[in-house]
Design a protein around this ligand. Structure first.
Ligand code: MOS
Length: 683
């Protein structure tokens, strides 16, 4: 096992690593966007005279003059293509100017008039638009039904029937979405852009601007976080490209933190009803998981919230379903482990409730319900080590010291007041996706190797991990390998998403390296793994984990502090322990934030999220996390890929919020089912 420091660490710390907005370019202009200030309706007129009169203003863009774009799947990218306003905060116009300050001031002077219509932004289980989507992301059936779920549930000796809600949450990467676009004299478009996949952004821009893909280049060597929000192109990159074309100048556009809340996606709120029926020994006879979530009128986004329930526990009678509200809201999108994160919050809290209802230890309850094969598909697991994670975690965390439940809250008096202390556990899971990729490799005259693939390092350590993978396949030291990523001119690659980067890119890197070993020096050998990935045999591939949390709750103020968190994961072979640990504890920290802090508050009358910055949307910071640790069980799974790895980018968040929520319940005896668990909800 090679523990390698990040290859670009020094560049990042010294400021040498360039992010999209930082590229120096001659004659650059700046764009600033104007957002709709009605919840729904139509743009009646755009009066640009005053804005255009400001010295330094180069152009105003809106539905009244924007160049036509070709349609693509994502309606959010049809920038200024119609007068329709689909939600408050939608981009309706932009100013391009010599400086950012001029563009901002001119945007303020722009007079956009609207014909408003009534909007509806409130999710509910009885909403008139409630409908069943054809599929949920990426391509799962919306519903599954096996046996007689309702009949079996009502016949079960022990029943849990509870509804959980999770709010909208926003990705807040350190680097907001930024783009710098340049059109060459040859009509070629070059974009420096902050994204999770340069090939994907290139293809989308080519379609929108009706160009051959070879006429577009997207450069993104360093990206300051994404978490899913940069996994699909956003209007910002379209705006930069459009503004550059109209003005004939290179144009930079950076989405502000405030603008991110309406324009770069968010996690859908969910309303989840869980019914778990078991016998007196805790063996599940029926599992029903019914989800209501939201989408926009612009683009259907159907999050796969109940799909982890199809993976987790064996029950002869099972029902899972997804229903959407179509609302006048920005389109929801990916946020770290979309689906699994809210879904496992509800399932794993319900399992905790079942543990109390049956009087069985929560770990033992989960072990009793381990399935032989994947519950709905019946496929064998390529490997499944949830039980090992639970046992290892219990030993490390000191689970045996936990006061058996149910119990009266234990009050500890200390210098900081009266504290109630509790421990919680939850399971986690995430699918092991695989995807076709291309890569190339070349042996250089100095005995070094160059490996090329349009992969993305969004702060995960992907560049470093791919270097280790290449070095192992070549049988050389990592210091002799240069891995080039983050450029759409490199061999085509899938996005950094679905925790599938290492598996998908790594497979192509291994095959390219194997091929180059027998190739002459200086020859660039290219491979494509499409066939290899398609020919995979039938296994259910998932990572699993066990999350533990210990909290203290102030008996007077209900302030919650997470004293300790531990995650133990089984995710195949861990390639770089150093960056893997960061991925795990980063995910767990986000889970802590989800449990206690993060909530995007939708105002029904106003029709928008009212908290739109890091002061009002609190992301867990160092001071919120006292003691956090991740460990893993090395799996030897031959059914994955040449590296034997599962994904690790997302599983760290899955189940973490449930572990914290279960610990809060253990400490206080109060079950708060609506996230986040704030003092107001707990008191
Ligand atoms: Mo991740 S939310 O699949 O980028």
């Amino acid at each position: 096992m090679t523990a390698l420091d990040r290859i670009e660490a020094h560049d990042k710390l010294t400021g040498r690593a360039r992010y999209a907005f930082e590229y120096p370019v001659e004659g650059v202009a700046y764009a600033y966007a104007v957002q709709a200030n009605v919840g729904k309706g139509r743009v009646r007129s755009v009066a640009a005279g005053e804005a255009l009169g400001l010295p330094g203003v180069l152009a105003v863009l809106s539905c009244e003059n924007a160049p036509a774009l070709k349609p693509v799947d994502d309606g959010e990218l049809a920038l200024f293509q119609s007068r329709a306003v689909s939600y408050r905060g939608q981009l309706v116009a932009a100013v391009v100017a010599e400086t950012l300050e001029t563009a901002q001031e001119a945007a303020r002077l722009l007079r956009v008039e609207y014909d408003p219509e009534p909007h509806d932004v409130r999710i509910s289980t009885g909403h008139p638009t409630l409908y069943k989507p054809d599929k949920v992301n990426p391509a799962f059936p919306a519903d599954t039904e096996q046996g007689d779920p309702l009949g079996a549930f009502s016949a079960c000796a022990v029943q849990v029937d509870a509804t959980y809600t999770t709010p909208a949450q926003h990705n807040n990467p350190m680097e907001p979405h930024t783009s710098l676009a340049l059109w060459g004299d040859d009509g070629r478009l070059v974009v420096y852009d902050s994204n999770q996949g340069a090939s994907m952004v290139r293809d989308t821009l080519a379609r929108l601007f009706d160009l051959d893909s070879s006429r577009v280049r997207v450069v993104s060597p360093h990206v300051g976080g994404g978490f899913g929000s940069k996994g699909t192109p956003r209007p910002n990159v379209v705006l930069a490209a459009m503004a550059a074309r109209v003005t004939g100048r290179p144009v930079k556009y950076a989405v502000t933190r405030q603008q991110m809340f309406a324009t770069t996606g968010y996690r859908t709120p969910t309303i989840q009803r869980l019914r778990l029926g078991a016998d007196a020994e805790g063996r599940l006879g029926a599992v029903l998981h019914e989800v209501v979530e939201q989408t926009s009128t612009v683009r259907e986004f159907a999050e796969q919230t109940a799909t982890p329930t199809r993976v987790m526990y064996g029950a002869p009678n099972m029902l899972t379903s997804h229903r959407l509200n179509r609302l006048d809201v920005p389109s929801p999108s990916w946020m770290r482990a979309p689906g699994e994160t809210p879904g496992m919050y509800a399932l794993e809290c319900a399992m905790d409730e079942l543990a109390y209802a049956t009087g069985i230890d929560p770990i033992e309850l989960r072990i009793r319900n381990e399935p032989e094969t994947e519950p709905i598909s019946g496929l064998p697991f390529s490997s499944r080590n949830l039980v090992a994670c639970l046992r290892e975690g219990a030993a490390r965390f000191g689970w045996a010291d936990r006061v058996p439940m149910p119990h009266a809250p234990t009050e500890r008096r200390g210098p900081r007041g009266r504290k109630l202390v509790g421990m919680g556990v939850a399971a986690s899971t995430y699918p092991g996706y695989r995807s076709p990729n291309r890569a190339s490799a070349r042996r250089d005259p100095d005995g070094r190797f160059t490996v090329r693939i349009a992969a993305a390092d969004i702060g995960t350590g992907a560049r470093t991990t791919l270097t280790i993978i290449a070095a192992e396949a070549l049988g050389v030291e990592p210091s002799r390998v240069t891995v080039e990523i983050g450029d759409s001119d490199l061999p085509r690659a899938t996005v950094a998403g679905g925790s599938g980067g290492t598996a998908g890119w790594g497979t192509a890197v291994v095959r390219a390296c194997e091929a180059v070993l027998t190739a002459p020096e200086g020859v660039e050998v290219s491979v494509d793994t499409a066939e290899e990935v398609r020919a995979q045999e039938k296994y259910a591939r998932h990572a699993f984990g066990a999350q533990f949390a210990e909290v203290e709750v102030d008996a007077d103020t209900a302030e919650i502090r997470v004293r300790r968190m531990l995650g133990v994961f089984a995710a195949g072979r861990i390639i770089n322990p150093k960056t893997a640990r960061s991925q795990f504890i980063g995910g767990m920290t986000m889970g802590l934030g989800m449990a206690l802090m993060e909530e995007s508050v939708m105002d029904g009358e106003f029709g928008d999220f009212v908290n739109r910055d890091l002061a009002q949307y609190h992301v867990a910071a160092c001071a919120d996390v006292l003691d956090i640790e991740a460990a893993w069980i090395e799996e030897d799974d031959p059914h994955l890929n040449p590296m034997g790895s599962k994904g690790i980018g997302e599983i760290g968040i899955v189940g973490a919020a449930a572990a914290v929520a279960n610990a809060v319940h253990h400490a206080t005896g109060v079950r708060v089912r609506d996230l986040p668990i704030t003092p107001a909800r707990l008191l």
